[in-house]
Design a protein. Structure first.
Length: 478
């Protein structure tokens, strides 16, 4: 399903930015961390290694190969749920099935942004810390440090998630917090081992494999930058925004919503806080982690849907936990029939929602999408290819104006050496093609160029001015 949805959906602008970083890394063999405008480098390095293993060069990168790592990360998270909670068969299978079939993780589990990889690493860190708490040892401390280093080297919001993990551990393992617990788990040797594991990973990635130590300073400065960015920067949303994504709604006649899933997940969360059975600690810990993340992210003004991926995974665990608990409490004959009915209905409902999401994979009516690139944008890419094909011996010169550079356009123009970008669209020169926001490009283009209009995303249009001789030659070729 993720592959189908991925193939049907053009790159989001954020995906194109990440894909461009990967392409540059594969082209040059170097990556330079930018604390102002980029996230951590783990996504690019792992994608680089994966593509090398598969024999894919930078020239061969496409939508499918770029999104392969997120899809594999989704599979890894499913496997983690099944393996970690194998003693709770109903809960683990239900959680994995929901995460595999539901529309939200199907979409964002194949997005080429950091989030699904970040989600997988977060759960690995959570379970490693839980295991270390139960059985302190240097090897466990080192493993926690490695996951923590990968966590921070993937995305700066690791600070929020680490706080959520800490709160979850305090809530669910509080009874073990006696004097012996602290002294056994905070031994200097263990702390040094854990910090060493974290430090090696941190330094390796942020120095581009020990080649640029200036990246270490940037990796610290970024927390102040993203703390300021968390206030919104145009992405401000109300407290209940994330909850509204999954509530029943209608968009131009198309019905959406995951009410049955939300109800079961809510029941699971309630049972989670009511239960004191140690056998359920692992799955309760995973569910609590995402629920706390949900609350923290709801408080922060800056909001984008994919930030909910960790929480959604935890909601799947909570729904599975609800089914597991109800199966234990109800009489066996009733529970089997009831659970079968609830499970079939829930999976069918989520599957139907996913089919709808596939049909509207890049449509503005899809409530899960956020400022996604319009399918109409492909026509602009095709037009550029048409004009370039007129004379294969000459490279088309293109000027792109606007502060966001019309992303994902730079991804599609990455092999064009005669393309330039101007933040001020009124200052762009009259090259073969000039692209920018409607009404912002120089008026003088009317004398030498012919305009076309193309959709970039919902309510955002681009002007594409084509030099008149090129336009006439294109019409003749048709």
């Amino acid at each position: 399903m993720r592959i189908q949805n991925s193939n049907a959906r053009i790159f989001h602008s954020d995906e194109a930015v990440q894909a461009y970083q990967l392409w540059e890394l594969m082209e040059t063999g170097r990556y330079e961390y930018d604390p102002v405008d980029k996230h951590g480098p783990v996504l690019y390095y792992l994608s680089f290694v994966l593509n090398k293993i598969l024999g894919i060069d930078s020239a061969d990168l496409n939508q499918a190969s770029v999104r392969l790592l997120p899809i594999i990360s989704s599979m890894g998270l499913l496997a983690l749920f099944l393996i970690r909670e194998r003693k709770l068969k109903i809960a683990s299978i239900s959680a994995a099935a929901l995460f595999a079939l539901s529309p939200f993780p199907v979409i964002y589990g194949a997005y080429y942004v950091q989030e699904i990889l970040f989600t997988l690493i977060g759960f690995l860190l959570l379970y490693s810390l839980s295991k270390y708490w139960d059985s302190p040892n240097p090897k466990g401390a080192a493993m926690c440090g490695v996951w923590m280093g990968l966590f921070f080297a993937t995305k700066e919001t690791a600070v929020i998630h680490l706080a959520a993990i800490g709160i979850a551990l305090l809530l669910l393992k509080a009874k073990a917090f006696d004097g012996y617990a602290w002294s056994a788990r905070l031994r200097p040797k263990h702390l040094v081992t854990g910090l060493a594991g974290m430090g090696v990973v941190w330094v390796f990635f942020f120095t581009a494999a020990f080649t640029d130590f200036g990246g270490l300073i940037d990796s610290i400065q970024t927390f102040a930058i993203y703390a300021e960015r968390s206030q919104g920067e145009g992405h401000e949303k109300p407290f209940f925004y994330y909850l509204s994504l999954f509530m029943p709604q209608v968009a131009e006649g198309v019905r959406w919503g995951e009410a049955p899933f939300l109800v079961l997940a809510t029941i699971g969360v309630c049972l989670l806080f009511a239960s004191r059975t140690t056998r359920h600690t692992g799955i309760r810990l995973g569910a609590a982690y995402g629920f706390i993340c949900f609350v923290l992210y709801s408080i922060i003004p800056y909001k984008t849907p994919w930030l909910m991926l960790t929480s959604y995974a935890s909601f799947c665990l909570a729904a599975g936990f609800a089914l597991e608990t109800l199966s234990e409490r109800w009489p066996q004959a009733i529970s089997r029939v009831a659970l079968l009915g609830v499970g079939v209905f829930l999976l069918y409902d989520q599957h139907q929602s996913t089919r709808l999401a596939n049909r509207y994979a890049a449509d503005a009516r899809n409530p899960y999408l956020y400022q996604h690139t319009s399918p109409q944008f492909r026509k602009l890419v095709e037009r550029i290819e048409d004009i370039e094909a007129l004379d294969g011996s000459n490279t088309l010169s293109i000027a792109v104006g606007g502060q966001d550079n019309a992303w994902p356009l730079p991804w599609y123009l990455r092999n064009n050496d005669t393309v330039g970008y101007w933040q001020d669209p009124s200052a762009v020169p009259a090259l073969d093609m000039v692209i920018g926001p409607v009404g912002a490009l120089p008026q003088s283009l009317q004398e030498t160029h012919v305009p076309e209009y193309h959709g970039l995303r919902e309510n955002v249009l681009l002007e594409c001015w084509i030099e008149k001789d090129l336009w006439d030659a294109f019409l003749e070729s048709r």
